[in-house]
Design a binder for this molecule. Structure first.
Ligand code: FES
Ligand code: FES
Length: 166
């Protein structure tokens, strides 16, 4: 058995060395909010956070991860759907069929924790997830709404980082 830290808890699993994290999450840990779309790191439906970074779990071998990595799935993003991104998604009624949306939300949450005030170019670079229902305009609008509720301190940190990079 191997161990992973998922949504703040140590979880045990048994899997062949090349089993993708996605299947460990869904089939062994019962976390089915993370979806399978392409299995090729193309669509983003399987996006989770590993140490705060958005990662496509369909191509990440679970056994390549250490117990010290912090994995967060859509189920662990917030209590009761209260993350600013989830609130903005609800306010703007972003999903259509919903299949791609947990991956979209996880990608957007990682973007905002890195860049609390993202530009359109930042959003384009981070949001490469595919939505067959074409919710892209609402996704972009919701990210901007969520950015408004991002704490000022985080935005100031981003400004300082960008200032020191120029
Ligand atoms: S299922 Fe992982 S990127 Fe499509
Ligand atoms: S909401 Fe249907 S695939 Fe995106």
């Amino acid at each position: 058995m191997a161990k992973l830290n998922v949504n703040g808890k140590d979880r045990e699993f048994g899997a062949a060395p090349d089993t993708p994290l996605l299947w460990v999450l869904r089939e062994q840990l019962g976390l089915t909010g993370t979806k399978y779309g392409c299995g090729l790191a193309q669509c983003g439906a399987c996006t989770v956070h590993i140490d705060g970074q958005a990662v496509r779990s369909c191509v990440m071998p679970a056994r390549a991860l250490k117990e010290t990595h912090k994995i967060v799935t859509i189920e662990g993003l917030s209590r009761n759907g209260t993350h600013p991104v989830q609130r903005a998604w609800q306010a703007l009624d972003v999903p259509q069929c919903g299949f791609c949306q947990s991956g979209m939300i996880m990608a957007a949450a990682a973007l905002l924790s890195d860049k609390p005030r993202p530009t359109d170019a930042d959003i384009d670079a981070a949001m490469t997830n595919i939505c067959r229902c074409g919710t892209y305009n609402r996704v972009r609008a919701a990210i901007k709404v969520a950015a408004q509720s991002t704490p000022r301190r985080a935005a100031a940190r981003q400004q300082a980082q960008e200032g020191s990079a120029t």
